[in-house]
Design a binder for this molecule. Structure first.
Ligand SMILES: Nc1nc2c(c(=O)[nH]1)N[C@@H](CNc1ccc(C(=O)N[C@@H](CCC(=O)O)C(=O)O)cc1)CN2
Ligand SMILES: O=CNCC(=O)N[C@@H]1O[C@H](COP(=O)(O)O)[C@@H](O)[C@H]1O
Length: 222
């Protein structure tokens, strides 16, 4: 079975959907590790409860000793963060050689990973043959970036659009612009509260993240 690493930054409800699917024999791979960009992410608890190994990789640790004004220094630190993330995923640690017994993932799933991955991560992953996908809570080309759920909901309330949805897409340097693997649409309802729309979107995500991951795993098996 292919090995999956899941990247998270927060609650991990989409990670939980993947864990539950695996438990029910409905996931075409094995989640072998979870990497979080936050050490307070509840997703870390979910992973531990499922006996999945976890690692944290925290950008603010790389920024230590700098201030917001140190723009170029922070850019350099962020590149080091990205460089180390690639090693973490490929070698199992931020070193240059693989950790004994570590098996690199076949697939990396961004499930609420809230940091833009630079080519310093994406290129080594591609060279190593690791596919990376992302769950985006909006339709292709619409509302790229963060707060997509609220932005789509607002556009729905103002009547600009009548359809929302989620997608699973390949991750490329251009944010949220990689080839869609799976798109699921839902209607945007006038006068629906943001909370209610958000609930419908999250329910849809929990189906899409499993379905989209399985589609990619089938592609990899060919
Ligand atoms: N290459 C690349 N990286 C990605 C995605 C991609 O398709 N391509 N998909 C991403 C999921 N979507 C986003 C889009 C934008 C941002 C974003 O803008 N992040 C700010 C921080 C925002 C915050 O901290 O709230 C940053 O500086 O990285 C985060 C996740 C994850 N990283
Ligand atoms: O792609 C764009 N940005 C990424 C993004 O906004 N991802 C969203 O973060 C949430 C994670 O929820 P969790 O799984 O932690 O419960 C979930 O709604 C994802 O669609």
């Amino acid at each position: 079975m292919p090995d999956i690493t899941v990247l998270i930054s927060g609650s991990g409800s989409n990670l939980q959907a993947l864990i539950d699917a695996e438990k029910k024999g409905e996931l075409g791979g094995t989640i072998t590790q979870v990497v979080s960009s936050s050490d307070t992410a509840y997703g870390l608890t979910r992973a531990s409860q499922a006996s999945i190994g976890t690692k944290t990789h925290i950008l603010k640790n790389y920024y230590k000793g700098t201030t917001k004004e140190d723009k170029s220094e922070r850019e350099a630190r962020r590149e080091k963060f990205n460089e180390d993330l690639a090693k973490l995923l490929i070698n199992g640690d931020i070193r240059d050689t693989p950790v004994d017994g570590y098996t690199k993932p076949d697939l990396v799933v961004c499930a609420g990973w809230m940091l833009i991955l630079s080519p310093t991560v994406l290129t080594p992953l591609e060279k190593t043959g690791i596919t990376i996908i992302n769950l985006h809570p909006a339709l292709p080309g619409a509302f790229d970036g963060t707060h997509a759920i609220e932005r789509a909901w607002k556009a729905g309330q103002s009547g600009d659009i009548t359809t929302g949805g989620v997608m699973i897409h390949k991750v490329i340097a251009e944010v949220d612009r990689g080839a869609p693997v799976l798109v699921k649409e839902i209607d945007l309802r006038k006068d629906e509260s943001l909370d209610d729309y958000e609930t419908r979107i999250h329910d849809l995500e929990h189906v899409a993240i499993v379905e989209g991951t399985n589609i990619v795993l089938k592609e990899l098996a060919k």
